[in-house]
Design a protein around this ligand. Structure first.
Ligand code: TMP
Length: 236
């Protein structure tokens, strides 16, 4: 399968059409941004790590009953995925308070949530991806009630499966962001990526941050942290 034309270039990935109208090739970059593009940089080999980690986790999720867009990894940085229409929502799942939730409601980072928290943000860079609720989503017809219920069910299942799996390699899943898409037949599938760019991973013992917060917060050590996540998950 070959890349035909570049369909889109995002902050972390390029997406190409292929000879098959139902399939795309995703090409992961080392570019890193934070604060809706305000901070820009590179994390060496991030594209390789995020491609491989995402595919590893998506394969596991497929086996656990969460359908994904994954078809086949074709190189270190490239993966064939099913073409979807993205539901314009960032679906955020939180187990422990951190980041914008800590700021918004004044909970110190690291405070366990008594109940898993699900948030939705409307995907619009110009608006800064504002948080929205179910009423906004249905009123704007970004998806149907049935689709949103399924998205919420899948997001909680992803949390269950990943939290348990990561715990075995001494990683605490603090929070993460998912995106979902619709295949041409209307099926909802998990799309985008699951990586240290889109999750907060803390070492269970030391609470060391093993994710993009190292870059966002100018802590340094982001390359080693990304490598460490891949090593713990994939043994390399
Ligand atoms: P937040 O605390 O900044 O809202 O982030 C919550 C989680 O979602 C965190 O794991 C990082 C991830 N995330 C993204 O992947 N992309 C984004 O644009 C945002 C805002 C968060």
């Amino acid at each position: 399968m070959n890349k035909v034309t570049q369909l889109y270039e995002g902050k972390a990935k390029k997406v190409w059409t292929t000879e098959d109208p139902e399939l795309l090739i995703v090409d992961y970059k080392d570019d890193a941004t934070a604060g809706n593009g305000a901070k820009k940089g590179t994390i060496h080999d991030k594209g390789i790590i995020n491609n491989r980690v995402t595919n590893h986790l998506m394969k596991m999720l497929e086996k656990e009953g969460v359908p994904t867009h994954l078809v086949e990894e074709i190189s270190d940085r490239e993966t064939i995925v099913k073409k979807v229409t993205i539901v314009p929502l960032e679906v955020i799942v939180r187990n422990i308070a951190a980041g914008s939730l800590s700021k918004r409601i004044g909970l110190p980072e690291g405070t366990p949530m008594k109940k898993t928290v699900l948030e939705y943000c409307y995907k619009d860079d110009a608006l800064g991806d504002p948080m929205v609720n179910e009423y906004h989503i249905l009123a704007m017809e970004w998806c149907t009630k049935e689709e949103l219920d399924l998205i919420a069910k899948y997001a909680l299942k992803v949390n269950e499966v990943l939290s348990a799996y990561l715990k075995e390699v001494n990683i605490q899943l603090i929070d993460f962001k998912l995106e979902f898409g619709k295949l041409s037949d209307g099926t909802i599938v998990l799309a985008d990526e699951i990586s240290p760019d889109t999750c907060r991973f803390w070492d269970t013992v030391t609470h060391e941050k093993l994710d993009k917060d190292r870059f966002r917060r100018d802590m340094g050590g982001e390359e080693d942290a990304y490598k460490e996540v891949m090593k713990r998950l994939m043994g390399e």
